[in-house]
Design a binder for this molecule. Sequence first.
Ligand code: URA
Ligand code: SF4
Length: 184
Amino acid sequence: MYQNWEELEKSIINCNKCKLCRGRTNIVFGTGNKDAELMFIGEGPGADEDRQGEPFVGRAGKLMNMAFDIVGIKREEVYIANIVKCRPPKNRNPEKDEAQACINYLRNQVVLVNPKVIVLLGSVALKNILGEEYQITKARGNWVEKKKILYMPTWHPAALLRDESKKIDFIKDLKQVVEKLQKI
Ligand code: URA
Ligand code: SF4
């Protein structure tokens, strides 16, 4: 565990701890406010993110930004990262060994940011952070407290692109997050 961002960022530069290193253009480390009270965890970079080196800048990201606007979350005030930092080929889900190889970077990011609330975007984030026994269809919208951090599992924004009805849930879940942060 690194005690500062500089060392952590330096440690990942040439990472080849898993096979995803072969296909990447950029490592997508994370972005935003390093002192954020609110953090978002996605799955892994897509093509746009791989090209630009920043999480959630493609179609799913633009939809997430729109949802942020609706509930009053400012993107620059939160911290955003993914389970894996390199793009899985053809946007497939990260495999177990890849997530395991990468997750210590994310754990270190969580320790350094020290957020009060973490939003878990989709099944991959949910299972890798809270445990394989969780299912997104049942867990979404419900708070889970673990080691003094409050977790809100919700749909992955890419799922909203496939199923319009999930947008209402997503907004509802983010509203719960905003209300919670006003209370704590
Ligand atoms: N999907 C993710 O899970 N993360 C991104 O950064 C972009 C799309
Ligand atoms: Fe390293 Fe993570 Fe990229 Fe794998 S996905 S090569 S563990 S930075």
